[in-house]
Design a protein. Sequence first.
Length: 326
Amino acid sequence: MEDINIAIKGFLDIEVPPDLDLFAEIDTLKKERNAIVLAHYYQEPDIQDVADYIGDSLGLAQEAAKTTADCIVFAGVHFMAETAKILNPDKKVLLPDLRAGCSLADSAPAAEFRAFRQKYPNHLVISYINCSAEVKALSDIICTSSNAQKIVESVPRDQGIIFAPDRNLGAYLIKRTGRDMVLWNGTCMVHEIFSLEKIMKLKVRHPEAKLIAHPECEEAVLREADYIGSTTGLLKFTQTDPGREFIVATETGILHQMQLASPDKTFIPAPPTNNCACNDCPHMKLNTLEKLYLCMKYEKPELVMDPVIREAARRPIERMLEISAR
Ligand code: 13P
Ligand code: SF4
């Protein structure tokens, strides 16, 4: 019954008693299952507070690569849990809600990407980690927003490169490295929604505020940014920079750690083009503390992968980890 439920809904639909101390229950389950909870900065604050490790995509992959836990509970999105499974084929990897996808990963369907790649047979393929395992399997090296420049610069200058799937990160890298890369035309629904016009108005009201942006943002926003970096990069910048106010152009989940690390500083989420909470990632936010608890209690839903794709996707991820460690 539960398995049918998961197949249809993607998560366990069981009522959690409202008076249950979920933090204590999750702590007990971690010990019982020898489980580690890995959480991305975009998760809701409660999940971040219960996690053993919080990080950006690179940090999470590195943590997954070295964990000795038997069970990895991934509070993030599907491609991140897949990466953990690829690096740990014999471990159990749980994702609180299997429907937690990614608009950027969805913008590169494997069949279309294979055809695109065939048009450039002599190019090397660097894919941003926000893609499916199938697309990873069609790639030579994976990168994340924190090591993308290093990965691109590790490739000989005369080697043609396809970069996928994020066109904004790709354009930013072309600018930074001077490399003429062929770009796949994908974007993230959260990072392309920021309104430059509203950000500039906000800057008038907060003249001392620094604009900090994730490289998935559009070029017009990046051009005005005082600092551009991955979520870890943005967090570190707010900790070390003497500035007191920051307009943050990325998903709002990161503000939790920024505020914890610098309680006296002010963090303002960059405004989106309309008035909804569009800079909350709807995929990341499918995970809740209740679903995290249920998935640890019942050890479901488990991430299961086709072993052939899993193995083919492993090498480009390992190449990324090797280059990153240099
Ligand atoms: P990083 O984790 O590399 O900062 O990327 C952010 C993101 O959009 C993850 O989906
Ligand atoms: Fe994907 Fe964007 Fe959500 Fe990150 S923030 S998981 S790139 S949709």
